[in-house]
Design a protein around this ligand. Structure first.
Ligand SMILES: [Zn+2]
Length: 336
């Protein structure tokens, strides 16, 4: 795992703040790192945990040399725990109890213990309530770092007990520099970064075939909207193909909505005549052709609807039903 702040791109102010807390021994026992997916919150949580566990931290950084740091790198640290969603994408009470059992023992290697709860928004009620009890009365020196993309899906009682640290989306320059480090060609990295809505993960997803086909599908859908070609057959066929994206379908659908939001946003930019760079650089002639087919009012209403469904996606049981309901709403909106 990552033990160093220096491996994190961007977020300078967050890192400075967190390092200061470490340096001054003022770290609260429960913290909540939040912000959109794919921007490095987990890397920051790991660097924080490593610093807390380190035997000889240097100026708010884990030393990288002590037994604790070495054990973290090797993935064998007995006082460090991560809780993450199970196969179905949910953190159940079983996972929380397992962690509670482990932290009931005294620390073995470090003076404290650290727990990272990744995708904390996926805890079901039973899991969240159980965690709440531990956060309220952890029994000993334990640090909890909850990492989430949505504070809305978390219990208010949990949020109120945590120090909140918000991570903003990354700049296109930062995203492109991460991609280049990962071996993406510079020009391609710059292009992907303009598309990525602040998220490295989004940029990486876009770089594979699947991402490209989702982006095409979103542009096509918008073309149908602009041409008022949404009929019920379209509702069923789109619902079926988008609702059946297979593994990680929610992630992909979320991406599809993001792509759709970008097309709409590009249309609004074209309306305003401003010089802001368009997301859909490669499809520029296609995007240009669509300009003016929908009114600004319709575009804004459409964008609102997309944002609403992006939020609803988190709680949706059936992506297919959600897509169908979305398209029906779009159809109504365009007919008004
Ligand atoms: Zn160390």
């Amino acid at each position: 795992m990552n033990i160093s702040w220096s491996n994190i791109t961007g977020h300078k102010q967050n890192i400075e703040r967190l390092k200061t807390l470490c340096r001054e021994d003022m770290v609260p026992h429960s913290m909540l790192f939040f912000g959109i997916d794919g921007i490095g919150k987990m890397l920051a949580a790991q660097a924080m945990a490593a610093t807390l566990l380190c035997h000889h931290p240097v100026d708010g950084n884990a030393c990288g040399e002590c037994p604790s740091c070495k054990a973290l790198i090797a993935g064998t640290h007995p006082d460090f725990f991560t809780v993450e969603p199970e196969e179905k994408g949910i953190i159940t009470i079983g996972s929380v109890r397992e962690m509670q059992g482990k932290i009931a023992r005294v620390p073995i290697m470090s003076k404290v213990r650290a727990v990272i709860i990744d995708d904390a928004q996926t805890m079901n009620d039973a899991a969240a309530n159980s965690l709440l009890k531990t956060i309220e009365d952890p029994g000993g020196e334990i640090y909890f770092i909850l990492v989430t993309n949505s504070t809305m899906a978390l219990l208010e009682t949990i949020i109120s007990r945590c120090m909140r640290e918000e991570f903003a989306g990354l700049s296109p320059e930062d995203i492109s520099s991460v991609l280049v480090k990962q071996g993406v060609a510079e020009q391609q990295a710059r292009y992907l970064a303009t598309f990525a809505d602040g998220s490295v993960r989004q940029a990486i997803l876009l770089n594979d075939e699947e991402g490209t086909s989702l982006q095409k599908s979103a542009v096509e859908f918008f073309e149908n909207c602009a041409g008022h070609e949404l009929d019920m057959e379209m509702v069923w066929s789109q619902g079926k193909s988008l609702g059946a994206l297979g593994k990680k379908e929610k992630d992909k659908l979320k991406q599809w909505f993001s792509f759709l939001a970008m097309v709409i946003r590009d249309q609004l930019v074209l309306y305003s005549g401003s010089e802001i760079i368009l997301y859909n650089q490669t499809d520029i002639s296609r995007i240009n052709k669509l300009t003016g087919q929908l009114s600004q009012h319709q575009l804004i209403a459409l964008l609102k609807l997309v944002r609403e469904y992006q939020g609803r996606l988190r709680y949706s049981v059936s992506p297919q039903l959600m897509v169908e309901s979305f398209i029906i709403k779009v159809k109504t909106l365009l007919e008004d």
